[in-house]
Every structure is written in structure tokens, then in C-alpha cells.
Design a protein around this ligand. Sequence first.
Ligand SMILES: Cc1cc2nc3c(=O)[nH]c(=O)nc-3n(C[C@H](O)[C@H](O)[C@H](O)COP(=O)(O)OP(=O)(O)OC[C@H]3O[C@@H](n4cnc5c(N)ncnc54)[C@H](O)[C@@H]3O)c2cc1C
Ligand code: FES
Length: 328
Amino acid sequence: MEVILSQQKNADCQITVHYEGTVVKCNPDKSVLDNLLDQSLAVNHSCKKGVCLTCLLKTDDKVDVKSRAPLKATLIEQGYFLSCQQVPIEGMMIKSAQSTDFFQQALVSNRIEKSGYVSQIFLKPYGDFSYKPGQFINIKGPNDIVRSYSIASIPSDNVIEIHVKEHQYGVVSRWLCSDKIIGQEIEISAANGECFYLPDNQDQPMLMIGTGTGLAPLLGILRDSQSQNHRGKIELYFGAVDEAGLYLADQLRDLEAEYIHLTVHFGTLKEGPINDMALKNHPNLKGWRVFLCGDPEMVKKTKTKAYLADAALSDIYADAFDLAEISS
Ligand SMILES: Cc1cc2nc3c(=O)[nH]c(=O)nc-3n(C[C@H](O)[C@H](O)[C@H](O)COP(=O)(O)OP(=O)(O)OC[C@H]3O[C@@H](n4cnc5c(N)ncnc54)[C@H](O)[C@@H]3O)c2cc1C
Ligand code: FES
């Protein structure tokens, strides 16, 4: 027998869906995810913007193109869709995601504490793991809460490096940045995301702007471009609130010394936003490839400004680190 959940007094809930043996009365103007959360059904989620892929659910019913657009063919084949990007459809049968479909185990081999509450964390996946530097993985933390972290390493490192900023009340970041994490076996997803280096035009100049741990994907992309003999100039702008937030300055200076095409610029808020500094120095981005990573507001604003400065939309790669909403 199915349990029936609905906001009985809410006339907006006119659509019925079936979720794991529960009949849920849904508001057609809200996403499947928000409808399930409204009924206190536990569904993993973080960004609610179709980026992090933590809200995957399964259905055999037809769904909107945008709820599957960022997914790999193997996940689509199995019926997965992004519940934050899908509105409910009358009679829809929905199942929760099978962890084993996309998580694998990895050993946390090391954690190095840096300044600015950031840790470099090194993971050794059990079994094959392929990725493009700059993509992100999802990590399952305490209470099966899933969060995304970008990859700073390149495959020849034989270890996955991520940079995690510890948030004061953050469930997964505090767990990853704790002393006890080294030696633990954790669950990680396959790598996802479109923010990575393509060796299709090795003379193209590249502008990279990152704030905070937005440096992680940029470092991966930089090192990948170096290993693939990129010849165009690369201007990296790394910004943080204060000096402590420039947590990997020494490593970047070393990389700048050995990679002749690379120039690194550092900035703290005292000198003004790093994206403003970058765009002031590069007012014409025609023909440039642009990478923007980190703070969602910075990424959104700079994407528009880069486009207005003549960068082609297809040459702008953006990775916004959206945080989960805090429930009241
Ligand atoms: C594509 C993508 C890539 C990303 N890559 C990275 C990366 O490389 N490195 C990185 O560090 N992060 C990255 N992030 C962000 C990361 O996924 C997490 O969102 C982040 O680590 C916070 O997760 P959490 O579980 O620790 O915090 P949550 O528990 O989700 O909390 C979210 C925020 O709310 C605050 N908060 C929670 N509860 C309260 C409360 N009661 N009162 C006040 N404040 C509260 C927390 O301090 C935190 O700032 C990425 C995100 C995306 C979408
Ligand atoms: S993609 Fe749906 S919550 Fe992030």
C-alpha cells in the first residue's frame, strides 16, 4: 500500500507522482526536488542549479531535455535525471538513486593543511578512474550528504588532488578538513563537468580567473595545458579575501618560473576584486579562451563582462562553486 503525502490545504498541489512507494501531491510550478523536500522526503541536493549532479533520481518516464543535458549517456540510459531541473509530471514513477551506479571507493592518502582554512586532500581511487583535470567529483560525507570538489591534479600524478575550504558550519568540508580523514575510505563519484583544457588550439591565449578554492580546477587545467604543450600565453588571476586566502602562492610562483607561457597575478580584496583587475588589464578578449572558477557571483558577473569584451561564448568555461541553501 502506498503512503499518500500532500499539503492537503494547498490547492497548488494538483499533480500526483509516485516516489519509492509514496504518493506525493506536487505543485507543478516547483521542481520534483523541491516538492519532495517540502514533504520532508530526504533527497540529496546542493546547488539546485543543475550543476553539481547530487540530486539525481531515476524514472522510466519521459523527462525534459534540460534535466538530462549535463548527464553522461550511461546515466541517461539507466533513467537518471536531475530532480532540481524537472517539474513533476502527472503519474510519474520516481525511484531514488542507486549509490552503486555512480560511486566508487577511494582512500584518503594525505591531507596538507594550508593557510586560509584550506586543505589539499589526496585521494587514491580503488579501480580505474578517468578524468580531465578541472572537472569535479562528488564526495559522500557524513549522513550520506554529497558535495562537489574540483580536481587540481593531472592523471600522471596517480593521485587525485582536491582543495577544500573548511566552512564554519559546513558538514562535508569540516569532515574532509579534519585530522581523522587521512586513511579513511570514502565514496567518490565519476568526474563530471565541462571546465577542462582542450588541445584543439594550442596557440590560443587563455585568461584564468579564480577566487578561493576556485584555484583548484585552474591549477588542474594549467598543469594539463603544460603537459599538452600549450604555446599561447596564459594569464592567471588568483584572488582571495586576504593574504591567507592565497593558500598556494608559493607553488604558483614555482610553476610560473618553469612554465614560460604563464604569468600569475595575485590580488586580495584590499586591492579590489580580482575579476575587475583582470578585465582592466585585458579589455579586449576577442580570440581568448576564458576560465572562471569559484565564487558564484564573481563567475556570473565576469562571464557577462567577458562576453561584452568580445570573448566568444563557446570560449568561456565557467565553474561556479554554489553552496547548498541553509534550511531555516
Ligand atoms: C561544481 C562545484 C565544484 C566545487 N568545487 C569546490 C572545490 O574545489 N573546493 C571547495 O572547497 N568547494 C567546492 N565547491 C563547494 C562544495 O561543494 C561545498 O558546497 C562546500 O564545501 C560546502 O559544503 P559543506 O557540506 O561543508 O557545507 P554545507 O553544510 O552545505 O553548508 C553550506 C554553507 O552554509 C553554512 N551553514 C550551514 N549551516 C549553517 C548555520 N546553521 N548557520 C550559518 N551558516 C551555516 C556553511 O558554513 C557553508 O558556508 C564546489 C561546488 C560546486 C557546485
Ligand atoms: S544539480 Fe540538482 S542540486 Fe545540484
